[in-house]
Structures are given as structure tokens and as C-alpha cells.
Design a protein around this ligand. Sequence first.
Ligand SMILES: CC(C)(COP(=O)(O)OP(=O)(O)OC[C@H]1O[C@@H](n2cnc3c(N)ncnc32)[C@H](O)[C@@H]1OP(=O)(O)O)[C@@H](O)C(=O)NCCC(=O)NCCS
Length: 327
Amino acid sequence: MTEQRAGILSIGSYVPERVVTNDDMSKIVDTSDEWIFQRTGIRERRFAREDEYTSDMALEATKVALERAEMKPTDIDYILVATASPDNTFPNTACWVQQGLQMGDIPSLDISTACAGFVYAIELAAALVNTDTYKNVLVIGAEKLSSITNFSDRSSCILFADGAGAAVVTRTDGNGRIVCTRNGARYDYDALNVAAGGTRLPASHETVEKNMHTIALKGRTVYKFAVQKFMEMAQEACSRADITPDDVALVVPHQANINIIESAMKRVGIEMDRVLINLDRYGNTSSASIPIAMDEALAEGRIKRGDYVLFEAFGGGLSWGYNLVKW
Ligand SMILES: CC(C)(COP(=O)(O)OP(=O)(O)OC[C@H]1O[C@@H](n2cnc3c(N)ncnc32)[C@H](O)[C@@H]1OP(=O)(O)O)[C@@H](O)C(=O)NCCC(=O)NCCS
């Protein structure tokens, strides 16, 4: 009999209705479809309604994931929400999800590792399940980045978008098994930050006037770091699982920039037809990007049972991580 280990039982996702094209962005800042597409691969993205919050999108993705897992909300015994754009500082977004689906008084935790949030959450969920601490862990990546984007900075506002994805992690006989996983972080404030709103710089008229509650980034620094990390993580995951990059059926990377992904995959020796790309339609949805992309890969039949699928992500912190899954 196969030993039961933590695995991903189901995935669900949600993106808001409103499509914002590069031409729409060029009405806000001095840019063009050509510049954005060439430098990032993005054609359009989705922005949530003003009254649609991170937890609302998380709830929609969760309903799909639960239905596919054939579970009721009360079957879940732990909620992990990865987000850089929570509904509130507290209650955390996981608590909003808990009450939204009447899931009972279960532990509800937000994870703050920016775009690497989902791979962090999967690693923690696997540990909780493998140690029999909890049985069915709901893992969510959800973001309303449009609410923390600086729409006067043309080099960053063209990147970010809104959406949510959810996964149910539980013990499985083999399907969806989380084979190996690793996370990491190294302090670098200047590369990526939201300066104000915390104790270092509480909200004031000045912080609002100077747009300091929005994402600031050093694009080139993040770009170089990301290429290197994507390459190292793919090599490390394969080596730990005793497989080669040729054995990976599909890479589902954080959808930040097509050029980052292409350049890293070329160095690892993984052709782009084994890499899921949907950033052309959804932009960078931070911690939501991997589950949204994975949901799409499954819907398109790009993954068969037994395939190795690699998630990898990087984000503010700087933070990074991967999960290798045997679907
Ligand atoms: C942000 C990013 C797209 C910028 O691309 P880049 O090639 O590094 O561009 P640069 O910032 O060096 O700017 C090059 C020129 O384009 C201009 N430019 C920047 N944004 C522009 C835009 N949206 N439209 C037109 N021109 C733009 C700059 O002003 C600069 O002009 P200059 O040469 O006259 O000074 C790219 O660095 C990137 O994707 N980095 C990773 C960021 C990321 O993924 N962050 C999220 C992490 S999870």
C-alpha cells in the first residue's frame, strides 16, 4: 500500500470581470502596448471592482476548489491565505474567508511573503498535514494589487493585477503529492517595498500625498535576482527529487515577466512549451498567479496523472520558493 502523504487534491481560481488592456494603461501613464508587451509579455490584466475585496476573490476561488475536492467548507480545519494586499491589517484575510463560508472556529493565518506567498503556504500546509497536525488545509493566494499600485509610476503600474486561487491540501495515496519543497528569504528593502502604513511610517497626509502606500520596485534588480533564483530552484528541485529537467512535464512559474521566465528556463534547459504562461492575459497577480495558472493548465489538459509539475516564485522580502508536485 502506498504511504499517504500531503498532496494537492484540487485547485480553483477566480479573476475579476474587468479587463484592462495596455491601451487602457496608456491613458493613465505615458506608455504603449508595444513597450509593455516587449518588456513584460503582458497584453491585458484584470482589476477588481471598487467594492470587491481580496477576501471576496479568495471566497470565489475557494468555492471552486471545495466543489472539485467534493468537500464542504466545514471539512477544512486550517486556512492559510497568502496575500500582500489583505482586506485589513486585522482581522486577517483568512478570518474573512472563514466567516464568509461559515467554516467554524478553525485556525486562520495570513502569510506575508509577497509574490512568493503561495509556495510558502503550500510548504506550510504540507508540513501541517504530514505531521498529522491538521487534515484538510485550505491554501489561498489572493490579491487586489490594484489597490496598492502607484498609478503615476509607469514602470510598475503596468505589471500588477488582481485575482485569486485556492488549493485543498490533504493526505493522498499519491495523486498531487508534494514531492519536495523549499522556501527562502533575504532582506532587501530597496528592491521591492510598500514604504508606509506600518510602524516605520504610519499613515499620514504626507504618506498619502507621496503615494507611499503603494508598491515601489527596482525593476532591474528584481529582474536579475529572479532569473538567477528561478534557475537555481529548478535545478535544486530536480536534484532533490532525483530527476532531470527533462522529467518535468510542466513548470508553473510566478507570472511576473515573460523575459525573466524565458531566460531562466533556457539556462535550465526547459523548453517554453513545458512552461505555463498566462501573464499575457492576467499580468502579475502576485501570490495568486501560480494557482490561477495551475487551474488553467488543468483545464487545458496540459497535466496528466503522474506528471511532475514545478511551482516556483519570487517576491518582495526578497523571498522565494518552490514546490515540486507529482500530479
Ligand atoms: C519593470 C520592468 C518591466 C522594467 O523594464 P526595464 O527593461 O528594466 O526598463 P527600465 O526600468 O530599465 O527602463 C527603460 C526605459 O523605459 C522607460 N519606461 C519604464 N516604464 C515604461 C513604460 N511603462 N512605458 C514606456 N517606457 C517606460 C524608462 O523610463 C526608461 O527610459 P530611459 O531609458 O529614457 O530612462 C522590468 O525591469 C521588470 O519586469 N522587472 C521585474 C519586476 C517585477 O517582476 N516585479 C515584481 C516582482 S514579484
